[in-house]
Each structure stands twice: as structure tokens, then as C-alpha cells.
Design a protein around this ligand. Structure first.
Ligand code: 5GP
Length: 179
């Protein structure tokens, strides 16, 4: 098979389904946090589109923070090493913090982020992931809000990339393995 053909994402979650689920998640989160102000943490880069869609539908007072982490480089398999590329400078002590992730695969990245932010003594700390790959989890991980559970496929689109590409796709697609 040609490289070009292998690198064409196949449809996994259509745009309409994504938008519907994001709206549901936003309502669920707004209900749970009623009467509280939330610090929503966008985990860069992959969750930037999900984050933008989600927060605009959350009927809550929020502030936004951005945390840059990198664990995959240009590969399809997690290195297991989490590198912070952009830290949050605002104090989180006493705040209600919601981490917004694109994908929980082995769970190591979210575990690392949760531990790092817990040390900053927030009043509460919860997590929201658009996609969870239950078969790939390597750590006991309770994700508070999950958009979709998927298999072990390597996905792209809706903010998520492969070697910097495909973030602009409005849907979630998957790439065949073997690159
Ligand atoms: P974990 O540490 O849970 O194994 O991996 C989490 C991070 O790896 C995600 O935030 C995401 O950036 C990246 N990742 C996990 N699975 C995929 C995937 O299927 N496609 C892409 N592009 N990135 C992934």
C-alpha cells in the first residue's frame, strides 16, 4: 500500500456525533460545578479544539489555563516520559481545577498531570478526556468525564495530530499502523 494511502485517516467519529457529545459533556460539567468558578486547564496541544468547543458551552464562570505536555514526539507509541513544555504560572491553591485532555491511552500523562497539579493544593481536581482507550490503560485511572471510549487505534483530527498533521479535521479519524 502506498504511504499516501496509509496516511489518509479513516472515519471513526463523525463531526455531528462529536459536537453532540461535547454539548452533553458541557451540560454535565456545568450541572456538577453549579455555583462554583472553574479553572479549566487545556492540555496542549491535542485538546485545543475540544477545549474551545467545550468551554464555550459550559454555562459557568471559568478561567482558562494552558499546560503544554509532550509524550509522543513524532511517534505512534507513547514514550512513557512526560515533558512539560509550557507550565501554568497562576496559583491553583483553593481553586476548582478541571483538566481537559484529548486522549487517555496508557493513562501515564494524565496521572503525571494530576499528581503535579494536586501538589498545588487545588480545592478540587477533576479530569475530562474526549477519548479513552480502556484496553491501553497501564495505571488505575479514574477519568471523571469521558467523551467516547475507543479501541487501541491511533487517532487524528479534531485537534489531534500525527507528526503535526491532521489537527484541522472536523472529525476523529484513525490511521493504519505500520509507519
Ligand atoms: P498516555 O500518556 O495516556 O499514553 O497518552 C496521552 C497522550 O498521548 C494524549 O494526550 C495524546 O496527546 C497522545 N495520544 C494517545 N493516543 C493517541 C492517538 O491515538 N493519537 C494521537 N495523535 N495521540 C495520541
Amino acid at each position: 500500500m502506498s504511504e499516501e494511502k496509509k496516511l489518509t485517516p479513516k472515519l471513526l467519529i463523525p463531526e455531528v456525533q462529536l459536537q453532540k457529545r461535547v454539548a452533553e459533556l458541557a451540560r454535565e460539567i456545568a450541572t456538577d460545578y453549579q455555583g462554583r468558578e472553574v479553572v479549566a486547564v487545556c492540555v496542549l496541544k491535542g485538546s485545543f479544539i475540544f477545549f474551545s468547543d467545550l468551554i464555550r458551552q459550559m454555562d459557568l464562570p471559568i478561567t482558562c489555563e494552558f499546560l503544554g505536555v509532550s509524550s509522543y514526539g513524532n511517534k505512534m507509541v507513547s514514550s512513557g516520559e512526560v515533558k512539560v513544555t509550557l507550565d501554568i504560572n497562576e496559583p491553583l491553591e483553593g481553586k476548582h481545577v478541571l483538566i481537559v485532555e484529548d486522549i487517555v491511552d496508557t493513562g501515564l500523562t494524565l496521572f503525571y498531570i494530576m499528581s503535579a497539579l494536586k501538589a498545588r493544593k487545588p480545592a478540587s481536581l477533576k479530569s475530562c478526556a474526549l477519548l479513552l482507550k480502556p484496553e491501553c490503560l497501564k495505571t488505575e485511572m479514574d477519568v471523571d468525564y469521558i467523551g467516547f471510549k475507543i479501541g487501541s487505534e491511533f487517532v487524528v483530527g479534531y485537534g489531534v495530530d500525527f507528526a503535526g498533521k491532521f489537527r484541522e479535521l472536523p472529525y476523529i479519524g484513525y490511521l493504519e499502523q505500520g509507519h
